[in-house]
Write a protein that binds this ligand. Structure first.
Ligand code: R5P
Length: 284
C-alpha cells in the first residue's frame, strides 16, 4: 500500500493510480502539548511505500512515525519515497560547529526503511549518507510538459549547478539552446549576485530552470537580468517549488511571466506530476 505524509497527499494518490497499489487511510493528529501523531489505521499487507516530502520539521517527525506505524501493522518491506528532501542543502558543515544536517536526517530515516527513493536531491552524493540502498530519480524532464509554446527558447541555469537539469528540460522540450549564469551568494546575508552570460535574449523566450525555488532570490535575480536585457516571455521552472515567504512576489516584481513546478512540493504552481517517474523507479 501507498502511505502518504500530509504534505504529499496529491502525489501519493497519483502514485497509487500509476502503480495500481492501494492508497492507505492515514490520519494526522496533534496532542494538546503540540506533539504530532501520524498513523496509518488503513494499512494492510506486507509492502509499504511511504511517500512524504520533508519540507518542515513536522514532516520529518511524521515520516518517522509513519515508517514505524506500518512496521507495527505488519509491513515486512518498507520503501521510503522522499519527493523533496529538506535539509539536503546542509550537506556539509560550512562553518566550524555546524552539523551535517543531511547526514543526520538520512541516518534517522534509514532506521525505519529497507530502501529510499529521492527526487532530484540538491547533490546526488547525499545518497551516501543513507544506511540502506538509496536511489535518486531525475524528474526535471516532466517540466517540459508544463511549458507553453516557446519562440526560439533559451533554457537557462541560474548557476552552474543547475546546468544538468536545464539541459534535461531542453531535451524533453525538444528545441532550443542551453546556457548558464554564474551566481555568488553571500553566506551571511543570503544576498545573491548574478553574472550573466553573453547569450542574446532580446525578443526571445527564456526558461530559467533550477532544482528548487526557496526564497526566490536566485531565480528573481536571474529573471531581473533577463527583463533588463529585453527577453520576451520569461518562465521560471523548478522541480521543487518551495516558494517560502515572499518568493512569488519577488519573482513577479522581477518580471517573470509564469512559475511552474512539480508536485514534489504541493503548491499552486505544481502543475506537473513526478508520479510516472517514481512509478518507474518503484517497479511492479
Ligand atoms: C542552489 O545552489 C540551488 O540550486 C538553488 O539555486 C537555491 O537553493 C535556490 O534558493 P533561493 O530560492 O533561496 O535562492
Amino acid at each position: 500500500m501507498i502511505v502518504s505524509g500530509s504534505s504529499s497527499q496529491t502525489l501519493a494518490a497519483a502514485l497509487a493510480d500509476e502503480t495500481g497499489r492501494p492508497l492507505a487511510t492515514v490520519t494526522y493528529d496533534r496532542f494538546p502539548d503540540g506533539e504530532g501523531l501520524a498513523a496509518a489505521p488503513g494499512f494492510e499487507g506486507t509492502e509499504a511505500v511511504v511517500v512524504a516530502t520533508t519540507d518542515s520539521d513536522e514532516a520529518w517527525v511524521e515520516l518517522l512515525q509513519l515508517q514505524d506505524a506500518v512496521r507495527e501493522a505488519g509491513a515486512k518491506q518498507v520503501t521510503t519515497v522522499i519527493p523533496y528532501m529538506g535539509y539536503a542543502r546542509q550537506d556539509r558543515a560550512f562553518e566550524p560547529g555546524q552539523p551535517v544536517s543531511a547526514r543526520a536526517m538520512a541516518k534517522a530515516i534509514s532506521t525505519g526503511t529497507d530502501r529510499v527513493v529521492l527526487v532530484n536531491p540538491h547533490e546526488a552524493t547525499v545518497t551516501d549518507y543513507y544506511e540502506v540502498p538509496t536511489v535518486t530519480v531525475d524528474a526535471a524532464g516532466v517540466l517540459a510538459k508544463a511549458l507553453p509554446k516557446l519562440d526560439d527558447p533559451l533554457f537557462l541555469a541560474p548557476d552552474e549547478g543547475a546546468i544538468g537539469i536545464a539541459e534535461t528540460v531542453r531535451e524533453a522540450y525538444g528545441a532550443g539552446e542551453t546556457d548558464f549564469f554564474e551566481k555568488h551568494r553571500d553566506r551571511e546575508t543570503g544576498a545573491v549576485e548574478i553574472t550573466p552570460s553573453d547569450s542574446p535574449v532580446v525578443d526571445r523566450d527564456v526558461v530559467v530552470v533550477d532544482d528548487i525555488i526557496a526564497t526566490g532570490s536566485t531565480m528573481s535575480e536571474a529573471v531581473g537580468v533577463l527583463t533588463d536585457r529585453g527577453a520576451d516571455r520569461i518562465v521560471a521552472a523548478c522541480v521543487h517549488p518551495m516558494l517560502v515567504a515572499n518568493a512569488v512576489t519577488k519573482l513577479r516584481a522581477a518580471g517573470v511571466d509564469e512559475v511552474v513546478g512539480t508536485d514534489t512540493v504541493e503548491r499552486g504552481c505544481s502543475v506537473v506530476s513526478v508520479a510516472s517517474v517514481l512509478a518507474a523507479a518503484l517497479g511492479p
